[in-house]
Design a protein around this ligand. Structure first.
Ligand code: HBI
Ligand code: FE
Length: 277
């Protein structure tokens, strides 16, 4: 049975010290030498592992945003470069925030990033998105203008879906693209989803293991497809390009939600759904 977690913290109030939008000061000076060392270890391992696996705009983003500098990035410095590039900024949050808060930030070109990093003793396991998952995984492609537009648009669609009660469907679109998306690039499959980019094991599994299904991105299928939050993904969707992906949502999703009313959810491990990708 797949599990779809939604942090329905609808009634939750921001933790003490956080603003109404759940942001908190990064307090970059608070990070210890061990924290920075963990970042450097994870960064070096992924930079090596992603060669030939990640989409080109991921590496371009690392360079443009000077993320190869040692240590956990100071958001003040990072945001000067990111904002100048695509109008996005990274904001610090204590952990998972309620859905509507999360999508509201995205709709205003603010990416919420965890203000903590995992322990050196658990480099490969993560309860909640930490600063490595969020900044190494999600931020570099925010320097790509088309991907930046798509993610902001997804934020606006998320707020709409929250009001309409179709957030569970929109969360799948988010999950199978921004978190675990693959794309074609020069005839090869490449990774662009942050959940894969920030994971050593899944960066290899997603492209090379015979286990998962890899099917051509089909927005109707994606909106019906359940997903797992507790294991490597049983299925990945492959887009042709960020431009093509943006095109699938440019007119909004209302007509798709309507067309899917009453349709069964799909299980990601069922092989009969495969459209060659
Ligand atoms: N909060 N900090 C944070 N990071 C997320 O990725 C996140 C979240 N809250 C809700 C949420 N994601 C989900 O709504 C999406 O993954 C669909
Ligand atoms: Fe994420």
């Amino acid at each position: 049975m797949t599990s779809e977690t939604h942090i329905g913290l609808d009634t939750a109030v921001p933790p003490s010290g956080a603003a109404a939008d759940w942001t908190i000061p990064q307090q970059w000076d608070r990070f210890t030498a061990v924290d920075h060392r963990v970042w450097d270890l994870l960064f070096a391992r992924q930079q090596e592992c992603l060669k030939g696996r990640a989409v080109k705009s991921f590496f371009d983003g690392l360079d443009l945003l000077k993320l190869s500098r040692p240590g956990i990035p100071n958001f003040e410095e990072l945001n000067e470069r990111l904002f100048a590039r695509t109008g996005w900024t990274v904001v610090s949050v204590p952990g998972l925030v309620p859905d509507q808060v999360f999508f509201d930030h995205l709709s205003h070109r603010r990416f919420p990033a965890g203000n903590f990093i995992r322990a050196a003793t658990s480099l490969d396991y993560l309860e909640e998105p930490d600063v490595f998952h969020d900044v190494f995984g999600h931020v570099p492609i925010l320097a790509d203008p088309v991907a930046a537009d798509f993610i902001q648009h997804l934020g606006a669609l998320g707020l709409e879906a929250y009001e309409k009660g179709t957030l569970q469907r929109l969360a799948r679109l988010y999950w199978y693209t921004i978190e675990f998306g693959l794309t074609m690039e020069a005839g090869e499959r490449r990774i662009y989803g942050a959940g894969i980019l920030s994971s050593f094991g899944e960066s290899v599994y997603a492209l090379e293991s015979p286990v998962p299904h890899r099917s051509r991105f089909d927005i109707d299928q994606v909106l019906r497809m359940r997903y797992r939050t507790d294991s490597f993904q049983p299925r990945y969707f492959v887009i042709d390009s960020f431009e093509a992906l943006l095109g699938t949502v440019a007119e909004g999703l209302d007509h798709l939600y309507e067309g899917l009313e009453g349709s069964e959810d799909l299980e990601p491990h069922h092989a009969d759904l495969d459209r060659a990708a």
